[in-house]
Structures are given as C-alpha cells and as structure tokens.
Design a protein around this ligand. Structure first.
Ligand code: CA
Length: 220
C-alpha cells in the first residue's frame, strides 16, 4: 500500500505489457517500422495507446481531432476504438512521416475514417473553427511542437463539446519539467503550459504518469 505512484522499471513495464496490453498485430508492425526512423522516440507507448483507446470508448467518441500525427500510431489506435461511422481529422506538417501513417491506416482498415490535413496546424485549426466546428468534437489529442501547446489547447477547447476530452502528450518531458537546471525552450513551454492548466477552471484535470506524461482535461 502506498500513497505514492509506483516508479516503473523495465521489468515492471514488461510485466504490465504482458498482463494488460492487447496490441493488434498491425500496431506491433507499425511500432517496428517506426523504430527504424531517427525520431522513433516520438511514438507513443503501447500502454498509452491502450489508455487512449479506453478513453475514446468511455466518452463514446465519434469525432476526434489529432494535432501531430507522425507515423500514425495514435490515430490508428483511436480510430480502431471508434465505430465505423467515427471520423478522425489528423493535422500534421510532415508529408514524409504521414506517408507511413497512410500505409498503416489502410492496413488497419481505418483509412476511410481518417482525414489528413497537411500544413501549419494553427492555421488549419483556425480554418476548421471558421467552418463552424465549435463544440462538434468529442476528443482531441495534442502531440506536436511544444511551444505551440497553449495555442493548440485554446483552439481545442473551442472545438470540444462539454464533457469531451483534450489529451496532451509529453507533459512530463522526460522529467525535465521538474528539473530546474533544464531551461531549453521546449521544457520552459511545457512548464508554462502545465502551470496554466493547473489553474484552468474550464476543465477537470488529471496528469497521468504514463509514457512521457499524459494530461487528460475534460471540458466542463
Ligand atoms: Ca509525443
């Protein structure tokens, strides 16, 4: 019994994965494919993917927005958790990485459910809002450039319906957010973001120490 969160080591992570993670074959393959890339650390962990899949089901999400798609692990796992009529709009800047995502969306049979919007996500989100999408989204996942998190979050808060969720990745940033000696601009941006959310009465809040830290904000 403990009032503290358990510290995970490699052995315990393997145990947790073996005893709870149900990762579809297509996602195992995508993870292996992504490992070959120089930025493979940008991919979420399978246990985080499973938590996100659970959250999609818990809020009965039918319309999801993702900011930062990379090679498509999170979009695939979330699309698979929705019924066939569900839609996911994926915003990303990289044609190169999302090429892998497109291949795996097809393999997973979710390509018809996902719409990829390439380009500057801030502009794309503004266009999306202007098109009248306020409060039309059930769940948003933010996992792109850290210095823009506040702007993405504010846009998502307008897009999400009351009771909908905003998930934000990398909020613990490898532990650097709590390390005063770390002062690079991404770490500083995440500190400002985390501090802002802790006082934000527009949402219910929970920062989960899974993967690199996942914040769950529920719009009130
Ligand atoms: Ca991430």
């Amino acid at each position: 019994m403990s009032a503290k969160t358990i510290l995970m080591n490699e052995q315990l992570v393997q145990y947790l994965r073996k005893n709870s993670v149900r990762e579809p074959e297509v996602l195992i393959e995508l993870r292996e494919e992504t490992q070959k890339l120089p930025n493979s650390g940008m991919q979420i962990s399978p246990e985080q993917g499973q938590l996100m899949s659970m959250l999609v089901k818990l809020v009965s999400a039918r319309k999801i927005v993702e900011i930062g798609t990379f090679t498509g692990y999170s979009s695939t796992v979330m699309a698979l958790a929705m019924p066939k009529e569900g839609k996911l709009i994926a915003f990303d800047i990289s044609e190169e990485y999302t090429r892998t995502a497109r291949i795996f969306w097809k393999k997973a049979g979710v390509d018809q459910q996902i719409k990829l919007v390439l380009g500057n996500a801030k502009e794309s989100l503004k266009n999306f809002l202007q098109a009248g999408e306020q409060e039309s989204i059930d769940l948003a996942f933010i996992d792109a450039d850290k210095t823009s998190y506040i702007e993405y979050y504010e846009c998502c808060l307008q897009l999400i319906r009351p009771g909908g969720l905003i998930l934000v990745d990398n909020v613990l940033w490898g532990g650097q957010v709590a390390d005063v000696s770390s002062q690079n601009k991404d770490t500083e941006a995440l500190r400002v973001f985390n501090s802002k959310l802790s006082d934000d009465q527009r949402v219910d809040l929970c920062m989960v120490p899974i993967g690199d830290g996942l914040t769950i904000a529920r719009k009130r």
